[in-house]
Design a protein around this ligand. Structure first.
Ligand code: PLP
Length: 451
C-alpha cells in the first residue's frame, strides 16, 4: 500500500479488513485497532506517539526485550545465507542442528533433565501441544496400547487454540461455539489455592485433594485408557496459579504408577521467565515431552520446539522400520532463520544473566505491587514467581467474595493503565491482571508501571 497512508487511514482499514484473534468483533468494529509502530527494550510506541511500558512482554513472549541488534543481525545473516531449508526426510540446516544440541544441553545442565535428548520443531505453542497430543497416540499405538490415549488437562489451563490444543485448554470460553473439546481430552481440578480452597483447608490439604481428584479421574476412566497428563508448571493465562506445595511430586508419582506420560507445557515458563531456565528444573519435573515456544526466540520469529524423552524416542526408533516414516511435521519445522535467532536469543539470556535478573526483578515487582495495593479493598491476591505475576480482584477482600459474573474489574484496570501508558494484560478466566515484562526491565520502569 501507499506509504502516504496516514495512521488514521490504516486504523480505519484495519477495522474493515481484519478479523483479530481472541477479540470482540463488535468492540473492534466500534473502536478499530490501536496501531503500534515501534518498540525498544520494554517500551512500545503507538501510532499517536504515546509510549507504553509493556508489562506483558507482548503475550508473555518478548523475554529479551524489543529491538535487540544481536537477534536482528542473526536473523538477517541467516536470511542471506540460507533463507529456508525444510527438515523432511534427511535434510537439515546447520543452525537447526546447533540449536537442537544447545537445547538438549540446556535441559541437562539447567533443568536436571538429561533424558530429553530429541527435539522436534514447529512454529507455535499450539502446534507444539498438537505434536504432544499426536505423539501420545503414536507412542502408545507403537507399544500395542491403542486404548491408552486420553489426555488429562486441568480446568483453567491454557495450551493454545489449534483444535487439539483448544481441547487441552481448560477454559470453556475457548470451547463453546467450536464444539470442542475433543472427546479424548478430560479436565481435572484447577490447583489454585486462593480461589478454590475449601473453608479452613490448609495449602497442604488442598494440594492433596487436587491430587486425589486426579487419581479419582484416572481410576474412573481406567488407567489403561490414559496416555498423558499435561500441565503448565505455573499456569499462565488462567490467572498465574502456582502449584501448591508437594503437588507436582505427588502427581509425578501417580503418573509413574500408571504409566502415564507427563507433558510439561513450558511455552510461557521456558527461557527464564520463572527466574529458572525452565519450570521443569524449578519444580523437579520428569516430563516426557516439553512444549517450548515464545521465549525460545523471544518472539523475533514464530518457532516452537518439543523436547522428547529417551523412553518415547526409543520406542519410535525401535519400531521405525516396521511402521515406516514418522508422518508428522510442518513446512517450517526447524526453520533455519528461527534457529539462528533462537541461538542468538539464548546467547543474550546467558551473557546478560537474564535468568537471575528475572528472579531479582520478579521479587522486586511482586513486593512493589503488594505494597502499592495493600490497602486497595478489591485487590484480593498478588502472587507470582519470577516475572510471572498476577493480581486477582475480589468484590470483598475480607470475605474473599468474587465479583459477580459478567463484571470485569481487571479490564477496567487494564484500560486505566493503558491510558497512563502501561500495558498489563486482562486475562480471560478469572478477574486477573498479569504482569510478565521483558526479563531485563529496569527498576525505574517497574516503579513507573506500578505507580
Ligand atoms: N501453551 C501455553 C502455556 C501458552 O501460554 C500459550 C500461549 O499463550 C500456548 C501454549 C499457545 O501458544 P501459541 O499462541 O504460540 O500457539
Amino acid at each position: 500500500m501507499k506509504d502516504s497512508l496516514a495512521n488514521a487511514d490504516l486504523g480505519a482499514m484495519g477495522r474493515k479488513t481484519m478479523l483479530h484473534p481472541v477479540s470482540s468483533v463488535a468492540d473492534l468494529a466500534r473502536t478499530g485497532p490501536t496501531l503500534y509502530t515501534r518498540a525498544k527494550g520494554t517500551i512500545l510506541e503507538d501510532a499517536a506517539g504515546q509510549e507504553h511500558i509493556d508489562m506483558g512482554a507482548g503475550l508473555w513472549c518478548v523475554n529479551v526485550g524489543y529491538g535487540r541488534p544481536e537477534l536482528v543481525e542473526a536473523g538477517a545473516e541467516a536470511l542471506r545465507n540460507l533463507s529456508y531449508q525444510h527438515h523432511f526426510g534427511n535434510s537439515a540446516a546447520k543452525d537447526t542442528v546447533r540449536l537442537s544440541e544447545r537445547l538438549v544441553q540446556l535441559f541437562a545442565e539447567n533443568a536436571g533433565a538429561g533424558h530429553l535428548n530429541r527435539v522436534f520443531y514447529g512454529t507455535s505453542g499450539s502446534d507444539a501441544n498438537d505434536t504432544a497430543y499426536k505423539l501420545v497416540r503414536y507412542y502408545n499405538n507403537l507399544r500395542g496400547k491403542p486404548a491408552k490415549k486420553k489426555i488429562i488437562s486441568r480446568i483453567g489451563s491454557y495450551h493454545g487454540l489449534t483444535a487439539a490444543a483448544t481441547s487441552l485448554t481448560g477454559i470453556d470460553a475457548y470451547h463453546k461455539m467450536f464444539d470442542l473439546p475433543l472427546p479424548d481430552v478430560l479436565h481435572t481440578s484447577c490447583p489454585h489455592f486462593y480461589r478454590y480452597a475449601e473453608n479452613g483447608e490448609s495449602e497442604a490439604q488442598f494440594s492433596a485433594r487436587m491430587v486425589r481428584d486426579l487419581e479419582n479421574l484416572i481410576e474412573r476412566e481406567g488407567p489403561e485408557t490414559i496416555g498423558a497428563f499435561i500441565a503448565e508448571p505455573v499456569m499462565g493465562t488462567g490467572g498465574v496459579f502456582l502449584p501448591p506445595p508437594g503437588y507436582f511430586a505427588k502427581v509425578q508419582a501417580l503418573l509413574d504408577k500408571h504409566d502415564i506420560l507427563l507433558i510439561a507445557d513450558e511455552v510461557i515458563t521456558g527461557f527464564g521467565r520463572l527466574g529458572h531456565w525452565f519450570g521443569t528444573g524449578a519444580f523437579d519435573l520428569k516430563p516426557d515431552i516439553v512444549s517450548l515456544a515464545k521465549g525460545l526466540t523471544s518472539a523475533y520469529f514464530p518457532m516452537s520446539a518439543s523436547m522428547i524423552s529417551d523412553r518415547v524416542y526409543d520406542v519410535l526408533a525401535a519400531k521405525s522400520d516396521e511402521t515406516g516414516a514418522f508422518m508428522h511435521g510442518f513446512t517450517y519445522s526447524g526453520h533455519p532463520v528461527g534457529s539462528a535467532i533462537a541461538l542468538a536469543n539464548i546467547d543474550v539470556i546467558e551473557r546478560e544473566n537474564l535468568v537471575e535478573q528475572a528472579s531479582e526483578a520478579g521479587s522486586y515487582l511482586l513486593r512493589a505491587l503488594r505494597q502499592a495495593t495493600a490497602d486497595t479493598p478489591f485487590v484480593g491476591d498478588v502472587r507470582g514467581m519470577g516475572l510471572m505475576i498476577g493480581i486477582e480482584y475480589v468484590a470483598d477482600k475480607a470475605t474473599n467474595t468474587p465479583f459477580p459474573e459478567g463484571t470485569a474489574p481487571h479490564k477496567v484496570v487494564s484500560k486505566h493503565a493503558f491510558d497512563h501508558g502501561v500495558l498489563p494484560r486482562a486475562l480471560p478466566f478469572l478477574p486477573v491482571n498479569s504482569f510478565s515484562p521483558p526479563l531485563n526491565i529496569s527498576r525505574e520502569e517497574m516503579d513507573e508501571g506500578v505507580a
